[in-house]
Design a protein around this ligand. Structure first.
Ligand code: BGC
Length: 970
């Protein structure tokens, strides 16, 4: 049997800076026989690896607990099934390393995991002894920063001071080589720590952005291997980031506290303080939007190494010109537990062209967020400039329109000594093309590399299908999502925004969870939201509120309940619901207090934003969207209350939600399931996709009018819009879910795969490699970024409808796998990383079988004679269906390969029941249309329902953990 794997402590593997004294432990249980389920576990937590390996849990021994729980098991919490003697626990100390492992049982068998560790960070503010330090009077440039006041229409550019890079240093002696050295560091806006000349860790644009009035994040590093007995040095480089005056902050500042442990058991602390010195260094300019300028002639070799202070120190440098630092104040600190921003990939340029003499334009073939690493060799003082753009003009020059107020350029001045590399530290750009000017000679393709930057969330899902267009849309969404995870979920990476717009974040959250492990990221972001909440319960459209846009549009601020619920639903995190309970309640009450007769006429600013042709909602009344979210959030909050056992609140908010739904229908439901729209012109009497889809999504339509509501929705999609999308970002998020749940996946498919305007396929056909902000292809200075994620919600539909994977309960213990097979799709495969392990579903069907309904039946009839058809090769898919007709007894087949993690139940729904002659699993007959079964039918292990059940055109069967190969043939 395998071992428990993937040990995580508060969502991170071997975290170095755990900010809580009551962490939770998670692991993936090994999968045994089919239907296996972890029956018990025992966690040991020890003060040393040696103790752990000897089976001594001197810090915590949970005792053997009869439970299938493998996720977020709280440290030290007593279990009713374990006697106090068996379960022992000592409180965790700060700044300490602990080792842990878990043993799990599966029936009679047990297995123990490999050891893992976690390092606690600083729990108490009193433990911080270090001082915030900065440069006394750094020079600055005045630049303008976009400030959005009140609404999207009142942009204002306000002046702000951007300081050059600030370099700080300190030399120190150590009596011996420490056995453990932990550095706790925060450099605002962005900071990098150097130890004996080497950068600590691989974080970029760190720490993650927060509202520094409420606190900043510090990062923890293990620097044991970088220190030595004798002379050592620390260096810090500071950039502006968002710690700028325009947002109410001051000049950059840094703080460092280092804890050393020696072999003799002694401890020592090193601190940033007034004995450090500072200098300006080679970074002449740095700004998120305005890029970075670096003069390599000003580099001081050895500045972060020992013996630099002495005349003629390392590299011939010396500390002359370095001045004492200034002690400044700084924000409160909390540990950064989410994954850091890193360089997550490198892109070589595909082509280079030269539209003008001395001007070189490189095309990376992909729009993305990051920087360019430049390599050059030339005379000292040669100035090379880089500019970035998403688009080119017809002449092949950069089209800078979509950068809007962002200057998006970098500059590099050569030192003049051999080959030099330049990669900026404190900026990033959103681009596909880079223009290089001033390059000495003609660059080759090797002169530039695209460095992809973003919060390094782990991949947690995959999707691929037989349709190239859908795969291209999926790829665009992945790149769009990656580009917009920059410690906060941003709207776009290129223009002067790059802000945590809550609307964009909430609409893309399900997609994000399909693709990435978002737990650490959203836990941090929910904290940002909590801290941004005003005492009246209101929230800002943008969080962290560098733009304080209070009160937020309800379709934006719904991010608070949506993300909290997302954490619970995807990751089973109840503690998050507890933590935010009061905040969520205050928010929902704020909405209620803002409503009149349960209708929210105020608060809406954007509504169903960016439908085709306009940015403002075209057909969906603002009050419609706002009131719908009032209902949505109130209902969701009642579920939160129910989950936490707060029955009174659960009942009260559920009752309030019912009243809101009633008022909503009274106000907006015109009759026969038709909801009111805004008429754009006197002749526009059409129903709306968003206005029809939203009430159906939340089951708000009175029973008698449901059919009419659906008919109107289909009319809005098929008749009025010729099977194209005609919704903004809000409607787009819910429309396809409704279509699937009402048996109209083929309609959804037609809309999603259109290649004519408007739609995702149109973007692809116009060369998009990410998603646009608008359905239109625009390149001017307006609202038209080419890398927005808000229309990316459709990706969740790929996972849920084409892959067919739909979780039915929080924490993934109960799942439905019900793939839809619309249009000409012949296979699809999806995986999701669940808290219990990887779940995957891969299906294929006979390629001759097209469409559904009459066509499908005609095909089925023909199949009995059509011996010429290839009964099984759907091509390209490993696992399901790539074998040529194996096991296929008739003219067609549907195959599903399913892999189910330990302790998970899957309700499988196979399509084509009406055609099927027999269903096999791993060769054994499970079901037969003539009702004649061999003796062993139904005896497949781990099939938890007694029998396969036919319901209309699906065959339903329930299975537990294990790998399955279903084959339905006819
Ligand atoms: C952003 C959007 C955001 C919106 C508010 C825009 O400028 O780029 O994505 O949600 O403003 O409507």
């Amino acid at each position: 049997m395998d071992k428990p794997s993937d040990l995580r402590c508060e969502y991170a593997k071997n975290p170095l800076g755990l900010g809580t004294a009551s962490p939770r432990f998670s692991w993936i249980p090994p999968r045994g026989e089919r239907g296996s389920r972890q029956s018990a576990y025992r966690i040991l937590c020890s003060s040393s690896l040696a103790k752990l390996e000897s089976g001594i849990g001197d810090v915590w021994d949970s005792g053997k607990r009869d439970s299938d729980r493998c996720h977020l098991v709280a440290f030290g919490v007593e279990s009713p099934s374990v006697s106090p003697q068996e379960s022992q626990c000592a409180p965790l100390r700060e700044c300490s390393r602990y080792w842990w492992s878990v043993e799990t049982w599966n029936g009679g068998q047990s297995s123990r995991s490999d050891p893992a560790f976690f390092d606690t960070a600083l729990f108490e503010s009193a433990t911080w002894k270090a001082s915030w330090i900065s440069m006394p009077a750094p020079e600055f440039e005045t630049t303008t920063v976009l400030l959005v006041e009140g609404s999207i229409n009142s942009n204002r550019h306000i002046p702000s001071r951007l300081y050059h890079g600030i370099y700080l240093r300190k030399e120190f002696e150590l009596k011996a080589r420490p056995t453990l050295a932990k550095a706790y560091f925060c450099g605002l806006g962005y900071g990098e720590l150097y130890v004996n000349g080497q950068k600590a860790g691989d974080r970029r644009l760190d720490p993650g952005q927060t509202d520094y009035k409420e606190g900043a994040l510090y990062s923890s590093y293990d620097i044991t291997d970088s220190l030595r007995a004798g002379g050592n040095a620390f260096g810090i480089v500071l950039g502006n980031g968002r710690y700028i005056e325009a947002y109410g902050f001051g000049k950059p500042r840094g703080l460092l506290q280092v804890l050393l442990e020696y072999g003799d058991g002694s401890r020592q602390t090193l601190l940033s303080d007034g004995t450090w010195t500072c200098s300006r260094g080679p970074i002449l300019h740095n700004g998120i939007y305005s890029g970075e300028v670096y003069d390599a002639r000003l580099e001081e070799a050895g500045w972060a190494e020992a013996a630099f202070a002495a005349e003629g120190g390392v590299g011939g440098g010396n500390a002359a010109g370095w001045q004492p630092v200034e002690i400044v104040d700084g924000p409160r600190l909390r540990s950064q537990e989410m994954p850091p921003i890193r360089a997550t990939g490198e892109l070589p340029p595909r082509t280079m062209s030269s539209p003008d003499p001395g001007v070189f334009v490189f095309d990376f073939g992909q729009n993305f967020a990051g920087v360019v690493r430049l390599r050059a060799r030339g005379a000292s003082g040669t100035a090379i400039s880089l500019r970035f753009a998403e688009l080119l003009t017809k002449e092949g020059r950069l089209h800078l329109g979509t950068n809007r107020e962002s200057q998006s350029r970098d500059g590099f001045i050569l030192r003049g000594e051999g080959e030099e590399d330049f990669e900026p530290r404190f900026t990033y750009h959103g681009f596909r093309y880079v223009e290089v000017r001033g390059y000495p000679g003609t660059p080759t393709l090797d002169a530039v590399r695209g460095i992809v930057l973003g919060t390094d969330v782990a991949a947690a899902g995959s999707f691929v299908c037989s349709d190239g267009l859908v795969n291209a849309i999926h790829s665009n969404i992945l790149w769009g999502q990656r580009s917009n995870l920059m410690s906060a979920p941003t709207d776009c990476p290129q223009r002067g925004e790059r802000m945590g717009w809550l609307g964009d974040a909430q609409l893309a959250s399900e997609e994000a969870c399909c693709n990435f492990d978002m737990a650490g990221f959203y836990a941090k972001y929910l904290e940002d939201i909590r801290l941004a909440q005003r005492s009246d319960g209101s929230l800002s459209d943008v969080v962290p509120p560098y733009w304080p846009l209070y009160p937020a549009d309800p379709a934006w601020a719904t991010a608070y309940p949506v993300l909290a619920w997302t954490m619970y639903w995807n990751y089973g995190d109840e503690r998050i619901l507890e933590r935010h309970y009061e905040g969520l309640k205050r928010y929902v009450d704020f909405l209620d207090a803002s409503a009149e007769g349960h209708i929210l006429n105020s608060l809406g600013s954007y509504g169903d934003w960016c439908p085709p042709g306009t940015i403002y909602p075209k057909k969906t009344p603002m009050a419609f969207t706002s009131t719908w979210y009032l209902y949505h959030d109130t209902l969701l909050f009642s579920r939160v209350a129910e989950t936490l056992g707060r029955r009174d609140d659960a009942a009260a908010y559920a009752a309030r939600a019912r009243d809101i739904a009633k008022a909503f229908n009274e106000k907006f439901l015109l009759g026969d399931g038709r909801y009111a729209t805004l008429a754009m012109s006197p002749i526009d009497r059409s129903v709306g996709q968003t206005t029809q889809a939203l009430p159906l999504y939340l089951d708000m339509v009175p029973t008698g009018q449901r059919e009419g509501a659906l008919r109107n929705l289909l009319g809005a999609v098929v008749t009025n819009a010729d099977s194209h999308i005609d919704a903004g970002i809000v409607g787009t998020r819910y429309l396809f879910e409704v279509l699937r749940d009402t048996g109209n996946s083929d309609v959804a498919w037609d809309v999603i795969t259109q290649t004519s305007y408007p739609g995702w396929g149109y973007m692809v056909s116009e060369g998009a490699t990410t998603l646009w902000e608008r359905w239109e292809k625009l390149a001017g200075m307006g609202m038209n970024s080419h890398n927005h994620i808000m229309f990316g919600s459709v990706d969740a539909w790929f996972y849920r409808s084409l892959g067919g994977i739909i979780p039915l309960e929080p924490g993934w213990t109960n799942v439905r796998v019900a793939p839809k097979t619309p249009g000409s799709l012949t296979h699809a495969s999806a995986t999701r990383m669940t808290p219990r392990g990887k779940l995957s579903a891969a299906w294929s069907r006979s390629p001759w079988l097209r469409g559904d309904g009459a066509e499908r039946h005609a095909s089925a009839r023909a199949s009995s004679q059509a011996k010429a058809c290839d009964g099984g090769s759907s091509g390209g898919l490993g696992g399901a269906g790539s074998s040529s007709g194996a096991g296929s007894a008739g003219g067609g087949e549907f195959r599903l390969a399913l892999s189910v993690p330990d302790g998970t139940k899957v309700h499988v729904e196979l399509p084509y029941a009406e055609l099927g002659r027999e269903l096999r699993e791993g060769g054994r007959i499970l079901w037969s249309s003539d009702g004649i079964y061999p003796d062993d039918a139904g005896s497949v292990e781990a099939v938890f329902d007694d029998a396969v059940v036919r319901r209309g055109d699906i065959l339903a069967v329930g299975v537990g953990s294990g790998d399955y190969e279903f084959l339905l043939s006819w």
